[in-house]
Design a protein around this ligand. Structure first.
Ligand code: AMP
Ligand code: ZN
Ligand code: FE
Ligand code: FE
Length: 275
């Protein structure tokens, strides 16, 4: 099989994805991907499990993470690639953010209760297990208890940025997120700028040391891909891409659907060499 494509943005059930690390690996191999990156929110457990089961001659597994950060009041997601994922300082930090995520989950359940929805944190806990807790788990719980009819309805009515049960996370500033990734010799990439909708942040973030932006993403239209490739070039940084697969929550899973060429990984590796 010709192996030209990669997917550098995948979530496992160590955070808010539905696939286990082993299912991610299985699917990636089936699709003939040449490389994948596991980029769970605030955890590298999924990466470690996936990496253990793959022969690197068959498929590369890049250590990654997705950190949430704040810049000018916006929820800015920063991906870290080729990170030294066992760095004790980093491990301690992400553990703290997972604790914040749990507390924030409790706050969102409180808000839902105030809104008259009798959802219990136990239901959320049953769904999330030990995973890095996120809004998708709360949405799944709302769906399971039939407070909503669809996963999207949970975000539209309750959990979306401007919805009544949304609680922001305690996060790093964008500068701190970039610095933390650099501290562990990783490559810092702005995730899905198309959903952020603040293109004007890109030159600022590049100034702060950002190494790249995600051009290919499931929520990006063709025009977005071209625009972000051009913006990366203008700022003198690289572009990357991935599906941001969270499993088959809404029908078919997105894994491998972005057709990101292997040449993207070669450029990413070059930046890594400079770290
Ligand atoms: P959190 O990190 O807990 O704020 O959750 C962020 C995750 O929620 C993202 O990675 C998406 O998977 C999901 N998400 C955010 N907004 C929406 C939305 N409007 N519809 C569906 N999923 C969403
Ligand atoms: Zn997610
Ligand atoms: Fe994200
Ligand atoms: Fe993501």
């Amino acid at each position: 099989m010709k192996k030209d494509y990669i997917d550098l943005h995948l979530h496992t059930n160590a955070s808010d994805g539905l696939f286990t690390p082993s299912e991610i690996v299985e699917n990636s191999l089936k699709l003939g991907l040449a490389a994948i990156a596991i980029t769970d929110h605030d955890t590298v457990d999924g990466y470690m499990e996936a990496a253990r089961m793959v022969d690197t001659k068959v498929m590369e597994v890049v250590p990654g993470v997705e950190l949430s950060s704040n810049y000018k009041g916006a929820d800015v997601h920063i991906l870290g690639y080729y990170i030294d994922h066992q760095n004790p300082e980093f491990v301690k930090k992400i553990l703290k953010f997972r604790k914040y995520r749990y507390e924030r989950g409790e706050s969102m359940v409180d808000r839902l209760n105030e809104l008259g929805l009798n959802l219990s944190m136990d239901t959320v806990k049953t769904i999330a297990g030990n995973s890095s807790l996120g809004r998708p788990h709360v949405a799944d719980a709302l769906l399971r208890e039939e407070f909503v009819q669809t996963y999207d309805e949970a975000f539209a009515r309750y959990l979306g940025y401007h919805a009544p049960a949304y609680v922001p996370k305690k996060v790093l500033t964008a500068q701190q997120a970039i610095d933390l990734i650099h501290l562990i010799r990783g490559v810092a990439v702005l995730a899905h700028p198309g959903t952020l909708r603040h293109d004007e942040f890109i030159p600022d973030l590049a100034e702060m040391g950002l190494d790249g932006i995600e051009a290919f993403h499931s929520q990006h239209k063709r025009g977005d891909i071209t625009r972000y490739k051009n913006m990366a070039r203008k700022s003198g940084i690289i572009y990357t891409g991935g599906s941001d697969c969270h499993g088959p929550r809404k029908g078919r899973a997105l894994i491998g659907t972005q057709r990101v060429p292997y040449s993207v990984l070669l450029k990413l590796k070059k930046v890594k060499e400079s770290k």
